[in-house]
Ligand binder design. Structure first.
Ligand SMILES: Cc1ncc(COP(=O)(O)O)c(C=O)c1O
Length: 502
């Protein structure tokens, strides 16, 4: 009897479970050689139909066969007889075999932004490519000696307290120091309005989750930091992109969305935006405040790059003008230490309690030791000189990158000079396929961040982000030279075909 006949002849008298009968049918077919190494098994839906069982039972049977080392799942391809399954040779010991997990885990929902961020983390520290993609600050900028002395002093001051949980909202000393930092920016938040987060990335997650639920609508700038897009998507909200130009977010475009959709949250960076390095124009700021009050939505003001200004006059944070609607987010990552994973939110009103609740549910507080180290670092006055060093450091690299782009890519791409931050946003005059360009760049030994990963919608032109905070000026110049070789190797496509990597 073939295994398909056995499957269609399953007994329903309850003496042997349906799952076991399916498992036995396949195990028998493998043992008899009816199914050989690498033979494909029917997809679970087809198996469910043949055997007259529901889809979950079919999936459970494949999970059990995988646990037995008889079959293996290949992502996106299906389930196959494992090589060596007949004799048992080659199959891992049952207790070490993890194949079953692919049947037990939910369908993978990894997005383009997720994949690109993972790629960025893999590239830092590699010496076979020049990673213009990586948006880290360079190690040599970070104040290792100071942090090491501050850590020693913190350990001797606080002793075993550093090992203990601290307040969910953050260690009181650090919140005091952040409040003092805020006062210098014109923000009047007291320590009680501040919540310490594990990086601004967690801040994006917590604030977004506190405000939008599945089915709600949030808007964000396009292009933007991929983590902002992911935070909205992971909260289950629909995402509306708002275009950005050299005056920051296009507030007229936002208004036309507000007229049609019930937008609860707008996530954006009014100062030194990643990737454009531009500010929100003053007339747009005023208009945005009006709209927020008229339509009643929250603004999540991501100010991670706000202190890294080399050009133009700094305007204060939006929160200083409209604290009832604006939630402020900043971080120590781009200037002091991304490895400390320390950032903070300030907010007022009921949304503050909701964010604290999200923080409690997420990780019950950020690490005590790093918070106390950061508090001492700020209290001892190391922050301002570090910001000054950072500005000079980033500015020198920005100039080097712009010079290289002007000499090697001037004919093919345009940009608006950033006012600060860590990135340069290029737009190609002719549309290119992002994937072809990326592959050609890797062959030349250089990488960039593809524009499509920074936009929630399909881009209409080809853009790339080049970061300048991580590499030395000579590496930036060589990276751009290699990139120009890659661009020449890729043929322009008709405009409508400027597809992102999907
Ligand atoms: C605009 C923006 N927001 C948030 C983050 C996340 O920063 P953190 O390292 O503090 O999590 C980044 C990091 O690159 C960023 O560019």
């Amino acid at each position: 009897m073939s295994y398909k006949d056995r499957l269609s002849d399953i007994k329903r008298d309850g003496s042997v479970s349906l799952t076991s009968q399916i498992v036995d049918a396949f195990a028998g077919a493998i043992a008899d050689g009816e199914l050989g190494p690498d033979d494909k098994l029917p997809p679970t839906r087809e198996l469910a139909e043949i055997a007259g069982v529901n889809h979950l039972t079919a999936a459970r049977a494949y999970r059990r066969l995988a646990e037995l080392g008889l079959v293996t799942a290949r992502v996106g391809q299906g389930t196959f007889v494992r090589v060596g399954a007949q004799g048992g040779a080659g199959a891992p010991a049952e207790r070490e075999n993890t194949d079953w997990q692919l049947y037990a885990l939910p369908e993978q929902l990894e997005t383009y932004g997720d994949r690109i961020l993972a790629e960025m983390f893999r590239q830092a520290g590699r010496d076979d490519v020049i990673p213009l993609m990586v948006g880290y600050p360079a190690d040599k900028l970070l104040p290792f000696d100071v942090l090491s002395a501050v850590t020693t002093a913190t350990l001797s001051e606080h002793g075993s307290r550093v090992q203990q949980y601290t307040d969910i909202e953050g260690a009181p000393e650090l919140r005091e120091q952040i409040a003092a930092l805020h006062r210098r920016e014109g923000l009047s938040d007291g320590p009680d309005q501040i919540i310490v987060t594990t990086g601004a990335r967690q801040g994006l997650t917590l604030a977004t989750r506190a405000i939008v639920h599945p089915g709600d609508v949030a808007a964000c700038e396009s292009p933007t930091f991929p983590g902002s897009i992911e935070a909205i998507r992971n909260a289950g909200a629909s995402i509306l992109p708002v275009p950005v130009d050299d005056g920051g977010m296009d507030v007229d475009a936002l208004e036309s969305l507000l007229r049609r959709r019930d937008v609860r949250l707008v996530v954006f960076q009014p100062r030194l935006q990643n990737p454009t390095g531009r500010d929100l124009a003053p007339e747009r700021r005023e208009r945005l405040f009006e709209l927020a009050q008229r339509y009643g939505f929250f603004i999540l003001e991501d100010d991670v790059y706000g202190s890294l200004r080399f050009e133009g006059t700094a305007t204060g944070p939006l929160r200083a003008t409209l604290p009832s609607h604006v939630i402020y987010l900043s971080s120590l990552s781009k200037t002091v230490s991304p490895g400390m994973r320390l950032a903070w939110i300030s907010a007022s009103g009921p949304v503050l309690d909701r964010i604290v609740q999200e923080k409690r549910n997420d990780d019950m507080g950020s690490p005590t030791l790093t918070q106390l180290v950061a508090a001492r670092f700020l209290a001892e006055g190391h922050y301002e000189p570090q910001i000054e060093r950072s500005i000079a450091f980033y500015r020198e690299r920005c100039d080097a990158l712009i010079e290289a782009v002007e000499s090697h890519l001037d004919r093919v791409a345009t940009f608006v000079p950033p006012l600060g931050g860590g990135h340069l946003w290029l737009t190609f005059r002719d549309a290119l396929d992002e994937r072809d360009l990326y592959d050609a760049a890797v062959r030349q030994g250089v990488t960039f961040l593809p524009g499509g990963a920074m936009m929630p919608e399909r881009p209409r032109a080809t853009h790339i982000r080049l970061s300048f905070g991580y590499l030395d000026p000579d590496e930036l110049a060589e990276g751009v030279r290699r990139l120009a070789v890659a661009v020449r190797a890729v043929r322009p496509r008709p405009r409508r075909e400027a597809l992102p990597i999907t």
